[in-house]
Write a protein that binds this ligand. Structure first.
Ligand code: ATP
Ligand code: MG
Ligand code: MG
Length: 369
């Protein structure tokens, strides 16, 4: 049998294993620190990486996988580099190093000749103010590291709101970005093999609530072929420049001036969960295929699909739908507990289902608590 090791034990690891096990692939999981392993219980061997553990022993305890991947952007890149002594690690550790740090990430995107919103580095409050002055309002201030689900970032649109964050920022590294006047947010998921084959999915349109993804619709409504092909060109350019292997997700803003890249995630992505029911091959199966050098699966979507996150709710909705995924995590407010996928023949028909599902999940406000 072929064995894949995954660093991380959350729902992304869970879905990779669930989706690739029918291909006859076995999995083992490396838990970092005191990481909870509930999501992957029963899906393979679980090994705990304790501080200072011998890497070769960890690798062997994982059953000596032929390739190792990771499910979390914030994975310890040093650990991945150490594991590389025993088998290929895909995506490569340097892809994690770039995307873990917003300044390095934006610099790498720019170096590949691709567009991002104007940005400036800043290392303290005074430098943040100077950068905001130069870029103008509204601006986004994001810590270079440890930002996800809109955490560790602030939007400022006036001198008052800038003054208000004075005590929240510290002497860390930040990027200050010019606020983008976008009409929509879309994301592109693609997979690349080590020998350079690339597949991409239809763009998804993403709606966030309080910084967290709530709804993804694919193919993105109102997207024309040109936007799709521009996004594909951007993602392929990045993947080829980085000799990237595996699934890479690219979040973009649609503006009157065209597409801007917001950020990248070197892994399967929440905005690609719709592929579990909506595409011929899921992003999870294609990630595993890519890192094993197998032929990539068809990414075609026969019907419009929508994925709705279950944030802080874990009750299976009763409305007719095309699948509910519950990750088996313990309930906490706002936590990603699972997701629902809806399919229909037209975007219009889907829109009505989305509303009804949001109401069933979240009540009359149709928004998470
Ligand atoms: P994720 O959970 O997707 O990893 P994150 O915490 O890494 O999110 P971003 O994706 O950078 O953060 O930003 C979160 C959201 O904030 C974006 O999806 C977008 O809605 C808004 N946003 C971020 N930067 C900008 C910008 N420069 N202009 C306008 N809106 C922005
Ligand atoms: Mg992010
Ligand atoms: Mg984002």
């Amino acid at each position: 049998v072929r064995r894949v090791g995954i660093v991380g034990c959350g729902q992304l690891a869970q879905m990779m294993a669930q989706e690739a096990r029918p291909l006859g692939i076995e999995f083992s999981f490396l838990a970092e620190g005191d990481e909870n392993t509930a999501c992957v219980d029963g899906l393979g061997t679980i090994v705990h990486a304790t501080e200072g553990a011998d890497i070769e022993q960890l690798y062997k305890a994982m059953g000596s996988p032929e390739v190792i991947t990771a499910e979390r952007e914030g994975v310890d890149a040093g650990l991945l580099r150490a594991l590389e002594a025993f088998c290929p690690v895909y995506p490569r550790p340097d892809a994690f190093e770039k995307t873990q740090h917003r300044l390095r990430e934006k610099t790498a995107i720019t170096a590949a000749g691709l567009p991002v919103s104007p940005f400036l580095p800043a290392n303290n409050y005074d430098e943040i103010c100077a950068a905001v002055k130069q870029l103008g309002y509204p601006a986004f201030i994001k810590s270079c590291e440890h930002g996800y689900d809109g955490k560790n970032q602030w939007r400022v649109d006036s001198d008052e709101s800038l003054a208000a964050i004075r005590d929240e920022v510290s002497e860390l590294e930040y990027v200050v970005e010019k606020g983008v006047n976008f009409s929509r947010e879309v994301s592109l998921i693609g997979a690349r093999t080590a020998d350079g084959k690339v597949v991409t999915y239809p763009l998804a349109e993403n709606d966030h609530y309080r910084g967290t993804l709530l709804v993804s619709t694919a193919p993105a409504p109102h997207v024309d072929e040109k936007l799709q092909s521009t996004a594909e060109e951007y993602l392929s350019t990045l993947m080829n420049a980085w000799d990237y292997v595996g699934v890479l997700a690219m979040e973009c803003f649609v503006t009157d001036e065209g597409l801007l890249i917001n950020e990248l995630a070197p892994r399967v992505h929440n905005s690609g969960h719709w592929t579990l029911a909506g595409a011929e091959t899921s992003q999870f199966a294609n990630h595993v295929r890519a890192i094993l050098g197998m032929e990539l699966g068809d990414t075609h979507a026969a019907r419009p699909a929508v994925m709705i996150n279950m944030l802080g709710v874990d009750k299976k909705p009763s409305l007719q739908n095309d699948g509910v995924w519950l990750y088996g995590k313990s309930l906490r407010p706002g936590r990603k507990m699972g997701h629902v996928i809806l399919l229909d023949d037209t975007q219009e028909a889907l829109a009505a289902h989305i509303d009804a599902m949001l109401e069933e999940l979240y009540g009359p406000s149709k928004r998470p608590a």
